[in-house]
Design a protein around this ligand. Sequence first.
Ligand SMILES: Nc1ncnc2c1ncn2[C@@H]1O[C@H](COP(=O)(O)OP(=O)(O)O)[C@@H](O)[C@H]1O
Ligand SMILES: [Mg+2]
Length: 310
Amino acid sequence: MIELVDLTKKFKQMYAVKNLNMFIERGEIVGLLGPNGAGKSTAISMLSSLVEPTSGDVRFENNSILKKPAPFRKVVGMVPQNIALYTDLTAEENLLFFGRIYRLHGKELERKVDEVLEQIGLTDRRKDVVKKFSGGMQRRLNIGVAMLHDPEVLIMDEPTVGIDPQSRNYILETVKRLNEDRNMTVLYTSHYMEEVEFLCDRIYIMDKGNLIASGTKDEIKQILSSEKTISITMERLNDEFVEVLKQNPQVNRVTTGEKEVTILVPRDANVFSEIIRLAESTGIELNSVDNKTPTLEDVFLHLTGRALRD
Ligand SMILES: Nc1ncnc2c1ncn2[C@@H]1O[C@H](COP(=O)(O)OP(=O)(O)O)[C@@H](O)[C@H]1O
Ligand SMILES: [Mg+2]
């Protein structure tokens, strides 16, 4: 349905996006994952013809949307990273306003506004001005705006950043429902692994403008098939313990939390007794040592040597 071909954007000497190749099939939820600055928003802006690529192409049903944007614009709903609403107007007034921009009128517009309010769970708040809304409610309304013209494709740029957990779950469930009930195609951008894991059929991972992995969830986790992840928790972490882990020849990567250390080791390595020994020698009081099923977070760590939330 949609294809990005060697899509590239340079700002001065810096590649924000470099030779990005992606495809999206009808009815899929595709995840675009990467830390801040990876190039996600730039990629999406080129996809929705807000930013002109330096080189490469974007194709919608085999036609370049760079040459002919109209057919794609008609079917795409874009939820931008920054909320774009009139905060002095009510939820309903915002939807009516944006609906008219999409050339909806009269009864059809009213029906659509009712439907969207229902979908985003704001029916009972329709008469309230947007500036009284929580961040999460504003996000939901912003998503509602993108759904007014019944898009076949919804592009969402980090729609859950900085909002409360209830709104976040609501948004994730809404996306899932739109996909299941209406076969809506979704490109979902995030730097939260667990969201992408929950929602997406296929995933692309970007870092510093480059695609570093792509495939189904299982395929991506296969990247880790030669390694396993061990989570170590303790009463209090110290630098010495981290250092001896890093220096251990069996340990490939070490990341630290407040009272937790995660290490990647070869799949067949038996390191439990070694960990216990190292903990004792550095004065660490262990709480647990567990094998973890690999997550996308681990994949990112494996590929880049950095945690996603750096
Ligand atoms: N208009 C711009 N001018 C110059 N640099 C930009 C511009 N937009 C984005 N960048 C840079 O491009 C890189 C990718 O940014 P962005 O696409 O926003 O990443 P993400 O959405 O993954 O956080 C960043 O280093 C950012 O500073
Ligand atoms: Mg962004």
